[in-house]
Design a protein around this ligand. Structure first.
Ligand SMILES: [Zn+2]
Length: 273
């Protein structure tokens, strides 16, 4: 199902299926000034294709290769829509690795992307790297209208669950860089339009920074990941079990620990004079 919502010059394409809704997930692509930002997931492919025939975008920007954002590049390319894609995202879409069951259930398995396509030069938009979510993740900045299409950068202030490849410290830098743009409007790929975006971005950066500090402290005190998840993050959530750890609170802890500087060595004992 794709529902259209209008926010002035921006149209939200709100996409879900009974399967995604059964576990509380949906995703949005956006259409503004002729450009499509993202294209949803494979299980809404047929519906998206007929919508694209109607909307006739001049091009599409794909923020990253996750299947809920880039899941319909094949129909877009077949319809002749030029695509703005990073090389890393393209390589991942060409390979189309088999995704885990919970993702296949929610969104559908993408097929390898082999179609030729014209590159899209979105001259009026800036595509900014924001690699905290995943290495190929980008956001789209429309400076003229003060609008940020934030893809998976924000996702709510207190989002404790993370993909295995998310880098919490980079995420903080990405959030602060986005807040510094002082966006008047922000469209999140899962939460839709976000009220007072600069503040929402800064609030998330502050919260995450604080979490990183607490996790680091506990890790240095010798706490295990499991204990930190339980005591600091309130335990694992169902997504962590269903995804067998791929999308879990434990990833926040593990990835904070992985990026920790080694503790400063204690000074050598001074030799007697
Ligand atoms: Zn993503």
């Amino acid at each position: 199902m794709i529902r259209l919502e209008r926010y002035g010059d921006v149209t939200r394409l709100r996409m879900s299926t009974w399967r995604s809704r059964s576990i509380g997930y949906e995703v949005s692509a956006y259409f503004a000034h002729g450009t499509l930002v993202d294209c949803g997931f494979p299980d809404v492919g047929a519906e998206l294709e007929s919508l694209v025939r109607e909307l006739r975008p001049i091009g599409a920007i794909i923020t990253h290769a996750h299947e809920d954002h880039a899941g319909n590049v094949i129909p877009l390319a077949r319809l002749g829509v030029p695509l703005a894609l990073s090389n890393a995202a393209l390589a991942s879409l060409r390979a189309a690795p088999r995704i885990r069951l919970y993702r296949r259930y929610t969104w559908g398995q993408p097929r390898p992307f082999a179609e030729p396509f014209a590159p899209y030069e979105a001259a009026h938009l800036r595509i900014l790297p924001a690699p905290g979510h995943c290495p190929d993740h980008r956001v789209v900045w429309d400076a003229e209208h003060g609008t940020l299409f934030s893809a998976d950068l924000w996702l709510g202030i207190h989002a404790k669950v993370m993909h295995h490849e998310e880098d919490p410290r980079q995420l903080v830098r990405d959030l602060r860089a986005a807040a510094a743009l002082a966006p008047e409007r922000m469209f999140d790929a899962h939460r839709g339009p976000v009220h007072d975006p600069a503040r929402a971005l800064a609030a998330k950066a502050d919260w995450l920074d604080e979490m990183i500090g607490v996790i680091e402290r506990r890790a240095r005190e010798g706490w295990t990941d499991r204990t930190i998840v339980r005591a600091v993050l309130g335990g694992e959530e169902w997504a962590g079990f269903v995804s067998r750890g791929e999308y879990a609170r434990a990833n926040l802890v593990r990835n904070v620990r992985a990026g920790m500087e080694p503790a400063a060595p204690s000074p050598p004992p001074s030799l007697p004079a």
